[in-house]
Design a protein around this ligand. Structure first.
Ligand code: SF4
Ligand code: MG
Length: 324
């Protein structure tokens, strides 16, 4: 049984009297020890999917309008708000792109970790402080004994993101969702933070969902990849299989943004056009206005997911590597 199983998830946003779907029938699962990358351009529904799993959409005018999500076999959508909060505090944690907006600038970082620890565990303040220092050490903050008393602005961007990871780990989550955790960091620091996450995963077995617009980051970090376009998963596969075939034209377009990978594929120059907006009506395949392989069938018929190899699903009438 997968740790997290998302089936046909639909999320909609309210516009006046209308509910417009923004995530449309998304299915994937994540196991212990696994890192799943969700990749796509901004506005494709990656962050909303993450927030839905965390139960953080409530009250935002955006809500889950269909599908199922099971965590450890339990139906997340059927739970009471209390049960959900308990899971969020104990079994799932999330880190965001910009730690400065998640860390409170007027509190010392140690106090913020201590507060997170005391919310989840019955620890004395002294024990919580000791644990906070251990966590800072675990995420490789230098001199954690004194850094524990720093304010967020006294730390570098990379260190602040490490503090966020320490806070996320304070509850020993079974699932860690990282939404563009390294996008605001420069490339070397980015790599350090990703390596740190993977290293912690090796020790704890935590499942990770890594959300990024950068297929390169996903390629280096994840066991499997889900490519999202306009609220749908257009290609899902184990990482090796995905890069082997690059079956969906959109996946190929995304790959173009990774300059360093040396592969013999016929590159798209860039993905022309733009992501359709919410509420826009597009007949057939939603990618057809931008797709170099589009044929008339693509303009009329929505492609359904099909399995082109074990565990490799593609929503396209004419995937690369398939019959034409
Ligand atoms: Fe392109 Fe057609 Fe495949 Fe859509 S279904 S991605 S338009 S080839
Ligand atoms: Mg986002």
């Amino acid at each position: 049984m997968a740790l997290l199983d998302v089936e046909n998830l639909e999320i909609s946003i309210r516009f006046g009297h209308e509910l417009l779907p923004v995530v449309r029938g998304v299915s994937f699962s994540v196991d212990e020890n696994e890192t799943l990358g969700i990749v796509g351009e901004s506005g494709c529904g990656k962050s909303l999917t993450a927030l839905a799993i965390m139960g953080l959409l409530e009250g935002s005018g955006v809500r889950v309008t269909g599908g199922r999500m099971r965590f450890g076999g339990r139906d997340l959508l059927a739970m009471s708000a209390d049960e959900r909060r308990h899971i969020m505090g104990n079994d799932m944690a999330m880190i965001f792109q910009e730690p400065m907006t998640s860390l409170n600038p007027v509190y010392r970082v140690g106090d913020q970790i201590i507060e997170a620890l005391q919310q989840h565990r019955n620890l004395s303040r002294r024990a919580a402080r000791r644990r906070a220092i251990e966590l800072l050490d675990l995420v490789r903050i230098p001199e954690p004994d004194s850094r524990v008393d720093s304010f967020p602005h006294q730390l570098s961007g990379g260190q602040r993101q490490r503090v966020m990871i320490a806070m996320a780990l304070s509850c020993d989550p079974k699932l860690l969702i990282a939404d563009e955790p390294t996008t605001a960091l420069d490339v070397t620091v980015q790599k350090e933070v990703l390596d740190l996450m993977l290293d912690l995963q090796k020790r704890t077995g935590t499942a990770i969902i890594l959300i990024s617009h950068d297929l390169g980051v996903i390629a280096e970090t994840c066991n499997s990849v889900a490519v999202m376009y306009w609220g749908r998963l257009v290609e899902t596969a184990p990482t090796d299989a995905l890069f082997e075939t690059l079956a969906h034209p959109y996946t190929r377009g995304l790959l173009h943004s990774i300059p360093a990978i040396d592969r013999d594929v016929d590159w798209l120059d860039a993905i022309p056009g733009r992501v359709p907006t919410i509420g826009e009506q597009i007949a057939g395949c939603p990618f057809h206005p931008r797709c170099p392989r589009a044929e008339s069938r693509c303009r009329h018929e929505v492609p359904q997911p099909r399995e082109i190899a074990p565990g490799h699903l593609v929503e396209c009438h004419f995937p690369y590597g398939g019959d034409r």
